[in-house]
Design a protein around this ligand. Structure first.
Ligand code: SF4
Length: 93
């Protein structure tokens, strides 16, 4: 199991391609222009940037902490909060 996993909520994905731009070795588009995970080829930081850049919060990243026996256990998930992006009004300032 990789040190992290990421999932796509297809109902939220609008096909902007931001995740593919930041982490092309992890995300691609399917024939409906929805993002899909095709590999775990990017560094965690790149995937985290993609998750944080998703305009619809469709991506969920879970990191798995290694244990002393070499297995992974549990994990913590991050998804960009809707409060982390400034409103349109604030962006114009
Ligand atoms: S960044 Fe978000 S909305 Fe855009 S393609 Fe990826 S998952 Fe879909």
């Amino acid at each position: 199991m990789p040190a992290w996993t990421v999932t796509v909520d297809r109902n939220r994905c609008l096909g902007s391609g931001i995740c593919v731009l930041y982490a092309p070795d992890t995300f691609t588009h399917d024939d409906e222009a929805k993002a899909v995970v095709h590999d775990h080829g990017d560094a965690l930081d790149a995937v985290r940037t993609a998750v944080e850049g998703c305009p619809t919060q469709a991506l969920r990243l879970t990191t798995h902490a290694p244990t002393t026996n070499g297995h992974t256990a549990g994990g913590s998930a991050i998804a960009r909060s809707s409060t982390t992006r400034p409103s349109t009004e604030e962006e114009g300032r």
